[in-house]
Design a protein around this ligand. Sequence first.
Ligand code: COA
Length: 435
Amino acid sequence: MLNREFVLSFREAAPYINAFRGKTFVLAVSGEAVMEGGFSKLSQDINLLVSLGVRVVLVHGIRPQIEALLKRFGIARMFHSDRRVTDANTMDIVKQAAGATRYEIEAQLSMGMHNSPMHGAHLRVAGGNFITAQPLGVLDGVDMQYTGQVRRIDTEAIRTRLEAGELVLLSPVGFSLTGEAFNLTMEEMAAQLASALKAEKLIFVIEGRGVVNPEGEFVSTLTAQQAENLLKAGHLQRDVTAYLPYAVKATRDGIPRAHLVSHHEDGSLLSELFTSGGTGTMIARDALVKVRTATIDDIGSILNIVRPLEEKGILVRRSREHLEMDIARYSVLEHDGKIYGCVAMHPFPEAGMAELACLAVSSEKREHGFGESLLHHVEYKARTQGLKALFVLTTQTAHWFIERGFAEADRATLPMAKQAFYNHQRRSKIFVKPL
Ligand SMILES: CC(C)(COP(=O)(O)OP(=O)(O)OC[C@H]1O[C@@H](n2cnc3c(N)ncnc32)[C@H](O)[C@@H]1OP(=O)(O)O)[C@@H](O)C(=O)NCCC(=O)NCCS
């Protein structure tokens, strides 16, 4: 039997698949995600990303693995300013933890059993001395010893491996020109890798689902500025406080988007990347474009956009009173707090259809994809109401709709209620898009 939900989800993912092909994603997976056994599912999703042509650099953490080994060998933990002080004994532990974790990840990524999603994938994993480190030195009189920081990243070597279709796996250990190994932090290294490689995304796979604001609400999207404000205000969850500053730093360094996703929820990575809603928290470099339901307060802005188009006969004239009554059917596109576009959806549930109307983008912001965002919004809204098709009546914008999957139809395809109100003088053409 046809699985309609699968077909719809796959179609929803298609634009993301096209946009991500050939792009570099730096994926920072916490040590907990590997230790607690959740990595086997995650490794299948990472494998899928590589199969879809995404260039993946995977950096893993080792914090809980180090803690477990220190405990086993009875070695004391030492910290200064939230950083581990790595003496020679601890550095031996760091190497053991990094080695074991790395092998665990490589093993999982190599899985290819017949009944697994990775059957036939043959993912190649590359590694090497791509990170040059230097000691952090003496901080406030404390010698941090083998605790280090990134000095240089061999981006050319990493790119060569990525271009060959390989996944680059890096442990948080760097090597100095004096031939020593240094203990690095996974989040700092991941953010620096993302900037150096000019990655499209930096994704932290962490304990929690993402950012929950002080009011207790989950936040799915944030600008870098909003994230900084939340960090300043405090009261965030522990892992968010640890990773969010690096997500912000990466976006400030030019990475368009950073994400926080949970390793506890199976499929959260795919859902964050390939659906419009996502499951985690996305931090965007630029101000976000938001399409939302209109309110009475938006009527002035909507009229400013549509009045010139009504005067030219492109849109049908609507009175302010009509807009006030129907406002819940309107959506507006907001960018940086200003309204640049609008659209209305009138459902005809008895016919399984909805009319898309009053689609308009203010002239100074055309050709930024805003029209398309408004169309997607209405498509999504209609689908969630179980409607099977969208129709639009237009006099001058036929090709814009045809290029986006609409086909011309005759009047008989319209819901009866709409046919009765068809304006014969306007002679609009009718276009229908199945959903
Ligand atoms: C149609 C409209 C909403 C598109 O908004 P937008 O934000 O510029 O749309 P997008 O950025 O998603 O798409 C831009 C593309 O559509 C094309 N386009 C714009 N108007 C078009 C038209 N009337 N016919 C065909 N293509 C058109 C642009 O040339 C551009 O093409 P490109 O991507 O090849 O460069 C906007 O042009 C508008 O407000 N028009 C006046 C109102 C209108 O006609 N509404 C529809 C009434 S039913």
